[in-house]
Design a protein around this ligand. Structure first.
Ligand code: NAG
Ligand code: NAG
Ligand code: NAG
Length: 305
């Protein structure tokens, strides 16, 4: 299973997609399966065509079907990205390929960027991963976390979505003291790179925005704004949320903000008749830990007289 994003193919460890991660892997055994050869851009490549011993007949190398080198040695002084492709070694007289290699030029990974936050405190946290440099090669990530000084190592479970590379941490220790340490390792055919990052669950609490924001404008300038807590927040009773409502009209730069503790409705009665306002709501953990959510999408209403 792969997700293509920024040309990175992110593969789950279980797939057999790229079994030959190292240049000198087993692959010779399967004669009709091309051997994957990874090579650093700019470095030299030498591959000998393994003809049957003693045959001594002339051979040639073809790239994507066109002859690129006569003789048994495929030699590139300084491999470029454009040199990638399927190389096959043949007798000039024809016949099946004696040997096939899939050449994949690229770069080893650099330590990836990772950002984590907890929209489902205290049960779960999510992380997004991005590669800081383009490697031109399929890249696999191993992401784990553990309690800072001791503790079991837990995997960050990879979630495949069409847009983002996400993983989910859901094995937090209830009496954890101090931060966790996240270990992210990027691996491709040319190498690996690890980044270690401290992660404090409380500091990174960030609910998703409230949902179903509804604005009812009744007569006498009264406007009622209602919403529901973010569905991803696991327990609004045990871990209540507070809310902020903001509204603005026209292109005014300074919205008015109103706070609400633990209630999903705010009534406003000092708005101007005939004016159209835009309303947005944000949620934060009641005691103020972590950050507030992003604002919900604006909902508009015109105040009637
Ligand atoms: C490869 O490099 C060597 C030494 O730098 C040079 O003599 C040779 O001509 C080069 N071969 C090709 C095919 O560019
Ligand atoms: C060879 O074919 C592959 C796949 O079709 C393509 O990506 C690559 O650019 C081709 N290489 C050359 C040098 O034409
Ligand atoms: C980080 O994870 C990699 C890959 O699983 C592992 O080889 C490495 O030892 C880990 N490093 C630390 C400091 O835990």
């Amino acid at each position: 299973m792969c997700v293509w994003r920024y040309y990175i193919c992110v593969c789950i460890a279980l797939t057999s997609l790229h079994t030959g991660l190292c240049q000198d892997s087993s692959a010779q055994s399967l004669k009709d399966q091309p051997r994957e050869v990874y090579v650093d851009v700019g470095s030299e490549l030498r591959v000998q065509c393994d003809d049957e011993p003693g045959e001594g007949m002339p051979v040639e190398w073809r790239l994507n079907g066109s002859v690129v080198q006569t003789g048994p040695l495929l030699h590139l002084n300084s491999t470029r990205l454009e040199d990638g492709g399927l190389y096959t070694c043949h007798r000039p007289s024809g016949g099946d390929a004696i040997q096939q290699i899939q050449l994949r030029p690229g770069y080893p990974p650099s330590p990836p960027d990772i950002r984590c936050w907890a929209p489902s405190y205290p049960n779960k946290a999510l992380c997004t991963v991005s590669q800081t440099t383009e490697t031109h090669l399929p890249t696999k990530y191993i992401i784990t976390y553990r309690q800072w000084d001791t503790g079991t190592v837990y995997p960050c479970h990879i979630i495949l979505t069409s847009v983002d590379f996400l993983c989910e941490m859901k094995d937090f220790e209830t009496l954890a003291s101090g931060p966790y340490l996240i270990n992210i390792t990027a691996i491709n055919g040319l190498g690996s790179a690890t980044k270690l990052m401290p992660f404090d669950l409380e500091d990174n609490v960030k609910p998703d925005p409230p949902v179903d924001v509804m604005v009812t404008a009744s007569h006498r300038r009264r406007v009622l704004v209602q919403w529901r807590p973010p569905p991803s927040w696991p327990n609004p009773v045990l871990f209540p949320l507070k809310y902020k409502l903001r509204y603005y009209w026209g292109s005014s730069k300074e919205p008015v903000e109103v706070e609400s503790y633990d209630s999903c409705v705010i009534s406003l009665d000092s708005l101007k008749v005939g004016r159209t306002y835009h309303f947005q709501v944000s949620a934060q953990e009641l005691m103020g830990i972590g950050q507030g959510s992003d604002w919900s999408e604006p909902v508009s209403a015109t105040v009637s007289g």
